[in-house]
Write a protein of this length. Structure first.
Lengths: 183, 176
């Protein structure tokens, strides 16, 4: 198992021009999986998730100078990740000139592709239920249920109050439970 | 992945009570990824970074922001020009209108002079294309009879200025 480099050490390396690239590589190694899964659960398709994940880290690199030390590194990276994933879905919806099917309906077809989805039938149903949720609600549910993040952390990432997040999560849980029972 | 311990027991209980199907579900590992994907991703990102020269996106951002500023600046100037034209044009059009005097608002001599200066009427008159309206007006003015001779008011005034006989005529004689 690879030992995770502390954020403070990564930030120290990033501050120095000579060690900046090395520090950035450590940052990618540390956060790549978290960011990838955050994105993958939103867009489902691996190729899309791969592109978006790479773009997120490039944005992190380009905006390193705007990172303020008073916020946590992972929160800042997550925030960029969330924005990228949501804007990707939004753009994809806008590009569909004949909106007979939403992106979510199209994504549900991806779940039938064995090359990408290897979960059992119950997990497939859960993903189908998730696709019925609005994108932001789905994002909150993913961060809470799959990533096991605290409401306070999600609040920092999304800029939404803890109360609103709790309400959003519980509504999502209720909808999913109803879907699972009905199907 | 985050340790399950981050979720408090009370939240687990709440979820188990509210959504038993969801609570009992195993999750993780439902999506497949290519073998060794996370081993190659950092080098892929580094190579993209090198290909962009480390700053190409920043340059594109600068270009983008410069283009946005140019569009916004041009739009602001165009809007300002339109506003100025909307204000100035009606005023100009009003000043080009012939000066008309009414019973309530007699036109000042200065207004007539401005109108004549701004219009090309003088040039046209000098070219002899249009009869001089002042000459016509002068001819149409009422004459003052002194004895059997009719004089215009200007002729009498000029006579009085040139001679010292102004005290011999009353105002009534001058038609005032």
């Amino acid at each position: 198992m690879v030992t995770e480099t502390p954020d403070s050490q990564i930030l120290e390396l990033l501050r120095n021009d000579d060690s900046k690239r090395y520090g950035f590589n450590l940052l990618v190694i540390k956060y790549q999986q978290k960011i990838y899964w955050l994105v993958r659960r939103m867009v489902l398709d691996h190729e899309d998730a791969n592109d978006i994940t790479q773009n997120i880290f490039l944005k992190v690199w380009e905006n390193l100078s705007s990172f303020r030390a008073d916020s946590q590194l992972y929160t800042w990276i997550y925030r960029i990740g969330v924005n990228e994933a949501l804007s990707f879905l939004k753009k994809k919806n806008l590009r569909r000139f004949v909106p007979f099917f939403t992106v979510e309906q199209k994504l549900s077809e991806t779940l039938n592709d064995d090359n990408f989805f290897k979960g059992d039938e119950v997990q497939r149903k859960l993903q189908l239920a998730l696709l019925k949720l609005p994108a932001k609600q789905r994002l909150v549910f993913n961060m809470k249920y799959f990533e096991l993040m605290k409401y306070e952390e999600i609040s920092e990432v999304t800029g939404t109050s803890v109360g609103a997040l709790k309400a959003s999560y519980h509504i999502a849980v209720r909808k999913i439970e109803e879907f699972l029972k009905a199907n | 992945m985050v340790d399950k311990g981050q979720i408090s027991d009370s939240e687990d209980e709440q979820l188990a009570h509210q959504a038993p199907e969801l609570f009992g579900m195993k999750h993780g590992g439902e999506f497949s990824i290519p073998d060794g994907y996370f081993d190659t991703l950092p080098s892929l990102i580094q190579s993209r970074l090198s290909a962009q020269g480390g700053k190409s996106k920043t340059a594109r951002s600068f270009y983008h922001s410069a283009r946005t500023r140019w569009i916004m600046g041009t739009s602001a100037i165009a809007a300002a020009v339109v506003v100025i034209l909307l204000i100035v044009l009606p005023a100009t059009r009003q000043s080009n209108l012939p000066v008309t005097a009414t019973a309530d608002q007699p036109a000042a001599a200065a207004d007539y002079a401005d109108y004549i200066d701004e219009s090309s009427i003088v040039d046209v008159m000098l070219a002899g294309q249009v009869p001089d309206p002042f000459a016509i007006a002068e001819n149409n003015r009422p004459k003052i009879m002194i004895g059997n001779t009719a004089f215009t008011r200007d002729e009498i005034v000029n006579y009085l200025v040139e001679t010292d006989h102004n005290d011999q005529l009353s105002h009534e004689d001058l038609g005032q």
